[in-house]
Write a protein that binds this ligand. Structure first.
Ligand code: 3SL
Length: 262
């Protein structure tokens, strides 16, 4: 009987939903949670879209920080002509930073050859949460098929997709993209048994089925989409963030917190 490779994909909508791994006591008979073979971090609006576009436009790397003091220390130690600080809180650029968090702003003229030291409200927290996972990549709607292909090629049998949400709450757009990545893995994984590992993954796949013909509509109806609409002038960001399969780049963690194009 041929051996069929199996991939189990689970979805955790926010960093707070990620199971605790290591430490603590485990009840008799219970299995201690372990890190998966691969993790995919998603922040559709807009951190992981901006990360993908920065690398596509020639940035040397993105170094992500949940903590601003740590960002400042690392950025200061980097050559001034090779660094940019990208910071966002509440949808707005942080004062004194070179960039906010728009994928439209990371033009080749600005980012080529530079390292972006980045901190955002939610996305960089999710990245921080799964740093120890051996294969850590970021996904957005533009690179969802490229990410799915990478997962399948990696031989990972357990995959966690981690959304960013908003300050601990569920977000529609990250769940849409989680469904989009898993659906691509199921389509591309001919001969592999790609299955959902939890109810959240099943629900995300259903969400993708519901909105796959109009992803931008889903982003606009989402509460963070509404937040950006209320801040004004984000139409181009919505179009960019909703452009499914427009990029082939897979931002991949190469050392703790550092993402490079792979
Ligand atoms: O929450 C985040 O990390 C950001 O991506 C939010 S925003 O789209 O830049 O407002």
């Amino acid at each position: 009987m041929p051996c069929i490779a199996a991939v189990l994909i689970s979805y955790f909508p926010t960093s707070e939903c990620v199971p605790a791994v290591g430490g603590g006591t485990v009840a008799p008979g219970a299995v201690a949670p372990a890190w998966p073979d691969a993790a995919v971090v998603i922040d559709v609006l807009r951190a992981t879209t901006t990360i993908a576009w920065s690398l596509a436009n020639g940035a040397e790397a993105i170094e992500a920080f949940a903590d601003l003091a740590e960002l400042e220390a690392a950025a200061s130690a980097w050559p001034a002509d090779k660094r940019l600080r990208a910071g966002e809180r509440g949808g707005k650029r942080l004062e004194g930073f070179d960039l906010g968090n728009s994928p439209l702003a990371v033009t080749p003229e600005l980012v080529a050859g530079k390292r972006l030291f980045m901190s955002t409200t939610n996305g960089t927290r999710s990245l921080d949460r799964v740093r120890p996972v051996e294969l850590l990549v970021t996904a957005c709607l533009p690179n969802r098929s490229a990410v799915a292909q990478r997962l399948l090629e990696s031989g990972a049998q357990t995959v966690w997709i981690v959304g960013s949400g908003w300050e601990g709450d569920y977000s529609l757009e990250d769940s849409l993209a989680a469904g989009a990545v898993a659906a691509a893995a199921m389509d591309l994984g001919a001969g592999m048994a790609v299955t959902s590992g939890n109810d959240e993954m099943v629900a995300a796949l259903a969400l993708w089925q519901q909105w796959r013909q109009d992803p931008e509509g889903c982003l606009r109806v989402a509460s963070h989409g509404q937040r950006l609409i209320n801040l004004g002038d984000h139409d181009a960001d919505f179009r960019c963030c909703a452009a499914v399969d427009s990029l082939t780049i897979v931002p991949t963690q190469t050392s703790p917190g550092v993402l490079e194009a792979r």
